[in-house]
Design a protein around this ligand. Structure first.
Ligand code: PAF
Length: 293
């Protein structure tokens, strides 16, 4: 990389209009460059930075979007208080090989009178789909719109939101969108808690209790590899969280792709629970063991 290119890579260029970012991406692709895209809602942490690092390793240019998407929050959820600090996000991204940050206004993503939603069935139906009924429709709608603004070659998502990765992958396959969905491993705090922008909401006491989600899925991994039955693993995960005062929303072992009953393929242990007003999720992928569990 020449000096000018290095300087450009050090500080990402901030763009807000869909047409601007699209023109930049299309022009760089016309030069034969591969573009990687990391969609985020900001409040960046080490989990996001790991996605950026992977995108920068795989691609010539990287775009990060920062957009707190109103349509994926329910009426009583944390849209208003979701942490927003674009200046801090930009400084975290400096020097990491990000060429553009796309931070659109709500009206640019959803023009006045917008009336189109994308509804994904299959993996969107259970779990988060039950607890947050319009959530995945909001995610699919905004991700599709973001892919239209940023027509990247590959998009990077964290495995922490496993169900979201399956919903996005399903939508990409069903609509024939010309990009690869890359899922990167969950990044954890030293005690195991999965990194999440929502961890910032936790009180000191709840922060201590929150580690029980990662312990629950670690226990699921151990029980799965020792051949335990699905029902026993689910009970153990639930007990692990209940013992630490977590209000459990679900603790389940399901097929990793369909999120339906365990099949001969890989499975996933999914947990969600509440600590005070904060919802946390975690999961662990479980290797195929060749029969139903
Ligand atoms: O995972 C997130 O941060 C969001 O759901 C996403 C994919 C950026 C869509 O708003």
């Amino acid at each position: 990389m020449g000096e000018a290119a290095e300087a450009a890579a050090a500080q990402p260029r901030l763009l807000g209009l869909p047409g601007e970012i699209r023109a930049e991406v299309v022009a760089t692709q016309a030069l034969g460059r591969r573009v990687g895209f990391v969609p985020t809602m900001g409040a960046l942490h080490a989990g996001h930075l790991a996605l950026v690092e992977r995108a920068a390793a795989d691609c010539d240019d990287v775009v990060v979007s920062v957009f707190v998407n109103p349509t994926q929050f329910g009426p009583h959820e944390d849209f208003a208080r979701y942490p927003r600090n674009l200046a801090a996000d930009l400084s975290l991204l400096a020097g990491r090989g990000v060429r553009w940050v796309f931070a659109p206004a709500v009206e640019s993503m959803y023009p006045p009178g917008h009336a189109t939603r994308i509804e994904v069935g299959g993996p969107a139906i259970g779990f988060e789909g039950v607890i947050r009924p319009a959530h995945f429709s909001g995610v699919a709608t905004v991700v599709c719109r973001l892919f239209q603004c940023v027509p990247a070659d590959a998009a990077y998502f964290g495995a922490k939101d496993w169900q979201q990765t399956r919903v996005v992958a399903r939508m990409v396959a069903d609509l024939g969108l010309p990009l690869t969905v890359v899922v990167c491993p969950t990044v954890r705090e030293p005690d195991g808690l999965a990194m999440s922008s929502r961890n910032a909401y936790l009180s000191a006491g709840d922060r201590e209790r929150a580690v029980s989600l990662s312990r629950a899925v670690a226990e699921a991994e151990a029980l799965w590899s020792s051949g335990s039955e699905v029902a026993a693993i689910e009970m153990a995960m639930r007990a692990c969280m209940v013992d630490r005062g977590v209000e459990v929303e679900y603790a389940a072992v399901v097929d990793a792709e369909s999120l339906g009953p365990v099949s001969a393929g890989a499975a996933v242990a999914l947990v969600a629970g509440r600590l005070g007003s904060t919802r946390l999720l975690d999961n662990a992928l479980l290797p195929a063991r060749g029969g139903s569990g």
